[in-house]
Design a protein around this ligand. Structure first.
Ligand code: F6P
Length: 323
């Protein structure tokens, strides 16, 4: 192996930069040249590459987002788009590609692998919904950002005897909401993985006051069937009978931004280096992931089209703890 490229794709995630650094320095240490692709698959199509040296990835381990840029690129899903990308890679003498990203991005790396180009995936998404790894880069930071919001809302909720519903990101996976809800002692956690009606959310919040609590917090995953929109509609129609004040905070992209946690930086460093080691061992067409503490590989063909749901059985634990 003489030359590889690395890209970040899809929604940015805190820790992506630490992964770019690890891939770059890991590859340079093996004597390979490294090219950074700008703006994900869009940069592959636009032939937008820059060489990366050790100093180019200095001072980025602590920064959120991605210095390479990211994009969602529907053209890459079409055969002519991929053909263009493959010809750009070949013209530059690039022998392998490391793709740092989530589900959609790894479908892209799986397509490249299917078409015979050596690709290795590094799981990076705040949603933690990728099959083939226990925890993806960015989700620890996203949980902590959500938790900070929950903790802050709790103080004002208690002062005013109000209920708060906090909506956090996660697309169709409730992992961030579940972890932040348990860590924040939420009275209700609503996930896409388990259906809950708005009436039940309202009833659980009311029951919290009846048990003598001065606050009631619901953490709602953005993909939950009972989302904040449905909850507020129900609340609007039953305001009088519910008997308490409910406010909604939607965290949106705040959850995805900012400084990566230590756990995300370490995870990204391990996974970036493992991706390079995988290529050095002659393996590709795989996702490297931490499974039960160990860096292991799963064929990209096995992970595409699959989703790793949050463990909804933990909801019962959360319910008991909110007594
Ligand atoms: O996949 C990461 C994520 O932040 C999801 O949690 C969210 O649903 C989505 O991306 C938002 O996408 P965009 O930034 O394109 O609006």
């Amino acid at each position: 192996m003489k030359k590889i490229a690395v890209l970040t794709s899809g929604g940015d995630a805190p820790g992506m930069n630490a992964a770019v650094r690890a891939v770059t320095r890991g590859a340079l240490a093996k004597g390979w040249a490294v090219m950074g692709v700008r703006n994900g698959y869009a940069g592959l199509l636009a032939d937008h590459f820059d060489p990366l040296q050790a100093r180019d990835v200095g001072g980025i381990i602590q920064s959120g987002g991605t210095v390479l840029g990211s994009a969602r690129c529907p053209e890459f899903a079409q055969p002519p788009g991929r053909a263009k990308a493959l010809s750009n890679l070949s013209n530059r003498g690039i022998e392998a590609l490391v793709v740092i990203g989530g589900n959609g991005s790894q479908s892209g790396s799986a397509s490249l692998a299917r078409e015979g180009f050596p690709a290795v995936g590094v799981p990076s998404t705040i949603d933690n919904d990728l099959y083939g790894n226990d925890v993806s880069i960015g989700c620890d930071t996203a949980i902590n950002v959500t938790l900070e919001a929950v903790d802050r809302l709790r103080t004002t909720a208690s002062s005013h005897q109000r209920a708060f519903a906090v909506e956090t990101m996660g697309r169709n996976c409730g992992y961030i909401a579940l972890m932040a809800g348990i860590a924040g002692g939420a009275e209700v956690i609503a996930l896409p993985e388990q259906e809950m009606q708005p009436a039940e959310v309202a009833e659980r919040l009311r029951a919290a006051y009846q048990r003598g609590k001065t606050h009631a917090l619901a953490v709602i995953a953005e993909g939950a069937k009972c989302g904040v929109h449905e909850l507020m509609q129900y609340y609007g129609a039953h305001r009088r009978s519910i008997g308490f004040d409910l406010r909604v905070t939607r965290l949106g992209h705040v959850v995805r931004g900012g400084i990566p946690s230590a756990a995300d930086r370490v995870l990204a460093t391990r996974l970036g280096a493992a991706a390079v080691d995988t290529l050095a061992a002659g393996k590709h067409g795989v996702l490297v992931g931490i499974i039960r503490g160990e860096a292991l590989v799963t064929p990209l063909a096995e992970i595409t089209g699959r989703m790793r749901p949050a463990d909804a059985s933990l909801l019962e634990l959360a319910r008991v703890m909110a007594m």
